[in-house]
Design a protein around this ligand. Structure first.
Ligand code: CMX
Length: 136
């Protein structure tokens, strides 16, 4: 696969409202978009750091995988996933990853936040880091 850059870092938070003042008032970043991704049971807030984005992820339901992640992390948020932009398509990248023995969470690309085509690779086969592949 051909990765061009880190598209975003996903950060789990208990509350976007409570977390944003740190990112905006201390780090001086600006939130430019807040969006609910219904099927993932998360509310997302995006901030830009140069060309890379931060995606704050707040669970919208106790069944959200992000709620589980926070619970497992003793009730604290933290870095949740790393998202790479792929130049030659998410479908190609998934096929290649699968051929190389990587466990896919998504067997085919689907729509994620900001209307990107996305797919996740399982952290058990990506050296412990939940990995997202994205394309515009
Ligand atoms: N990073 C690294 N490891 C993680 C993880 C994460 N974010 N989330 C879970 N794990 C680990 C768990 O600690 C667990 O490890 P052990 O078996 O050693 O305890 C293992 O993965 C399985 O965890 P689980 O609790 O059985 O499974 P979950 O129901 O929590 O699901 C995962 C884990 C990765 C399959 C799920 O989070 C998933 O499908 N993620 C992809 C979708 C997603 O993250 N959506 C939210 C963001 C959406 C967006 O960006 O728009």
């Amino acid at each position: 696969m051909k990765i061009s850059h880190i598209e975003h870092l996903g950060i789990a938070v208990k509350s976007i409202e409570e977390s944003l003042p740190y990112y905006e008032n201390v780090l001086g970043l600006k939130c430019y978009n807040i969006e609910v991704v219904e099927d993932q049971k998360v509310k997302t807030a995006f901030l830009k750091v140069g060309e890379v984005k931060l995606e704050l992820l707040e669970p919208t339901s106790p069944e959200s995988t992000v709620a589980k992640f926070i619970e497992k992390n003793n009730g604290r948020g933290g870095i949740h996933h790393l998202a790479f932009a792929v130049e030659d398509g998410v479908a190609n990248a998934l096929a290649e990853a699968s051929d190389k023995g990587i466990q896919l969470i998504d067997k085919a690309p689907r729509k994620g936040a900001e209307n990107l085509n996305i797919a996740f690779l399982h952290p058990k086969s990506t050296q412990g880091v939940l990995t997202e592949l994205c394309e515009k």
